[in-house]
Design a binder for this molecule. Structure first.
Ligand code: BG6
Length: 486
């Protein structure tokens, strides 16, 4: 379905995500003339606002989150004029009629709906939308995480959605898929011939995926404490990254081909159950410490009560298929790490025979670093000869071959991940959204790990804020002779 929407209906329109990401993203698209001309953006939430009140909320969100030089007054005014607001208590399906009135004919011609609300409201919202006639064949529904807390609850949500919205009109968001470097992984792998012949167990020793954050709870106490790092970050963002790294080349660049290949990887993840959980996973919880020179409180102090929730998780995973047999994928994510960086490291195997050994030189295996943030970089580490006459032996050194994305594409503005995803939703392209079978395969694997933790009575090990997690996380790789790329 490729017909652009005439209206966008935003649930949770006054919430944190809307203010920080969604409204600034929509504005960014509007400034560049990328939104369909007549697109109306209808915000809805419980707060008792009118159109003017919502426009004021949006105006201050833009002021706060977009640099002044990127928001000329005329563009802001034009954007605000697109905005409408209807106060709705989403738990009461009767109230949706008012929404239908404002959305008007877009419900028939083309409507995108974005749910940025608590999943506990999804059921009632979907019923309300359906009753108010906001679910017809030209209506698409986007859902923000968390989509459940385990396979069973995720299935419940998916079933409730499916009673009204068929899969091809359900757009599940994983905002990592909107990040430029994540999409660039596809270009790197499938627009170059260089890597693909080596991209397998014969050429690659191991893969590391790290998503390190410096932030702590950020006021999301109830949500995060009920979730933990495994379910908050690894189940979705990191498994999507893993799937993109490990998938077979899709036959086409389209939603079906790409998602078919990703789901095969997710289903090939080697189960980590009771017998393997203690060996192949490490969980941690931060204590007091310092991040960027600033003292920070322990997780339990931020939370104000005892908790066994992990703020760090590291896992040694395997993809059991022909291509990846016995290649470890080391995954780790944590809050209150020393620096914010997300990256994928592809560690190639050493040369089979070094002709330089007899000349006193050491060769290090090549390494490809794909950094997603804070800066976007792709760096291949190669061996080169150090210049000189080599009287005392040959000296080799690792030198980086950099594809500095910022420099290479200096004239292109880096967009917020949600700009891409919102535009794809409005235009009806589901390629960068997660299909039901993917989400369920992700949960199935993660549920096995959690069951293993419970069966083994595993509790998070303490680590000081501002460090790379508990020492057991270092041991997880070191015993294989592998060092995390810190
Ligand atoms: C969200 C998690 O999905 O991703 C947050 O719920 C996390 O806990 C965030 O902080 C990280 O996103 P990004 O884009 O800042 O890496």
């Amino acid at each position: 379905m490729q017909h652009p929407s005439d209206a966008l209906l935003l649930f949770g329109a006054t919430g944190d995500l809307a203010q920080r990401m969604l409204l600034p993203s929509l504005f960014g698209l509007d400034v560049d003339g990328l939104l369909p001309n007549g697109l109306t953006i209808v915000g809805t939430a419980r707060s008792d606002l009118d159109d003017a009140g919502f426009r004021a909320v949006a105006a201050s969100a833009l002021e706060r989150w977009i640099d002044a030089d990127r928001r000329p007054a005329a563009a802001v005014t034009r954007f605000l004029e697109r905005l409408r607001y209807v106060a709705v208590d989403a738990s009461d399906p009767e109230q949706f009629v008012a929404l239908a009135d404002v959305v008007g004919t877009a419900a028939q011609t083309g409507l995108s709906i974005f749910l940025s609300t608590a999943p506990s409201l999804f059921g009632a919202t979907i019923t309300g939308l359906n009753r108010a006639g906001l679910s017809g064949p030209n209506v698409r529904l986007a859902l923000e995480k968390p989509l459940g807390g385990d396979l069973a609850s995720s299935r419940e949500i998916n079933d409730a959605v499916a009673t009204v919205f068929p899969e091809d009109r359900t757009f599940r968001i994983d905002h990592y898929l909107g990040k430029e470097t994540v999409q660039n992984l596809l270009a790197l792998r499938f627009a170059n011939t260089l890597f693909e012949p080596l991209w397998n167990a014969a050429g690659i020793d191991h893969v590391q995926i790290t998503v390190a954050e410096t932030v702590g709870l950020e006021g999301r106490t109830a949500y995060f404490d009920g979730s933990g790092s495994l379910r908050d970050m690894l189940q979705n963002h990191m498994l999507q990254l893993l799937a993109l790294v490990a998938m077979e080349p899709p036959a086409q660049f389209d939603a079906t081909a790409i998602r078919d290949e990703k789901v095969k990887v997710l289903r090939s993840l080697r189960r980590i159950g009771t017998a393997e959980a203690a060996q192949n996973s490490v969980i941690g919880q931060y204590g007091a410490g310092a991040v960027a020179g600033q003292p920070v409180h322990a997780y339990l102090d931020e939370l104000g009560k005892p908790s066994g929730t992990e703020t760090f998780v590291a896992i040694k995973a395997h993809v059991d298929n022909w291509r990846w047999k016995n290649v470890p994928f080391y995954l780790r994510t944590g809050k209150r790490m020393p620096s914010r960086h997300s990256e994928i490291v592809i560690q190639f195997r050493p040369v089979p025979h070094s002709i330089f050994a007899s000349k006193g030189a050491v060769t290090h295996p090549n390494r490809l670093l794909i950094r997603l943030q804070p800066e976007e970089t792709i760096r291949l580490t190669m061996m080169a000869k150090q210049p000189g006459l080599d009287r005392a032996g040959i000296r080799l050194r690792e030198v980086p071959l950099d594809l500095g994305m910022l420099n290479a594409f200096a004239d292109t503005r880096r967009r917020i991940a949600y700009e891409r995803l919102l535009l794809d939703l409005i235009e009806g392209d589901p390629t960068l959204f997660v299909r039901r079978d993917e989400v369920e395969a992700q949960w199935e694997w993660v549920d096995g790990i959690r069951a293993g933790w419970i069966a083994n009575g595993m509790e998070p090990k303490p680590y000081a804020a501002g460090t790379w997690g508990p020492s057991a996380a270092i041991a997880l790789t070191e015993r294989d002779g592998v060092h995390w790329n810190d």
